[in-house]
Design a protein around this ligand. Sequence first.
Ligand code: GLU
Length: 299
Amino acid sequence: MKASEDLLTFSGPTPYRGRLAPSPTGLPHLGHASTFLTAYRRAREADGVLILRNEDLDTQRSRPEFVNPMFEDLRWLGIAWQEGPDVGGDYGPYNQSQRRDHYLAAWRTLLDRGYLYPCRCSRKDLAAMASAPHENDEDDEPKYPGTCRPLFDADVKNSYDSPAGINWRFRVPDGRAVEFHDRHFGAQQFIAGRDFGDFLVWRRDGMPSYQLACVVDDAAMRITEVVRGADLLKSTARQILLHEVLGIEPPLWYHCPLLKDEQGQRLAKRHDALSIRAMREQGRKPQELVEMLEKRLRH
Ligand code: GLU
């Protein structure tokens, strides 16, 4: 390559790429708004690009009819994105339901590298893992007791062409401290096998898990900083293990404090009255909501 070409292709430090990753399982509420506003601000301050990824993998809980109202509510709040299912972009598709090939390739790599084992446990609660596991919530992935973990290096990689019909788990390195720096909360440490167990990467119903899809997409969409709720700190530790095995450089992390209601409970989608939509219908103005959220976060 000639020196002049070199100059043309060299673009300096990697430009900031952030993302909003809503799941269309209900209308966004104030808790989401607060995290998404932070993500939006951080991308703007860095003069970067914000991507909207529609996390619609959980076929049981996702509803296509929530997608457009979700976009509308976020825009009403003043949040804008430069790439997404509704605006296009170079790293699409931006609906997770259309990205299956990417997830399958990652499943194959993890299997070939000896980190996966099939799990035949039939407990109903183990099957509900497509959505992000939020800590202290019924969604959090229970610590797997290791029932199906093979004692010896079973040669599973040559026995399966596809993940179909069975749950697949990632074997975590027991006792290993997974450490990372959070740009909001500072130094973090979680111990594999103690704070979380062998987690699902693929579900028997044919869906990749949240952990796998998130890692694959953040990498494929060249995300440089992940901004999300503090309830996912432990998931970040799980995801860092996936990054390592897949040979992916992890993004930077910024976890946002969670918004609580008057009783100190984390806001959830079932708090319908606190949806952005309900606020709009009450005649509130976007600026009013933004200021209220900022104030809540300061206390
Ligand atoms: N779709 C996930 C959720 O709703 C996003 C988690 C993430 O930002 O990684 O919690």
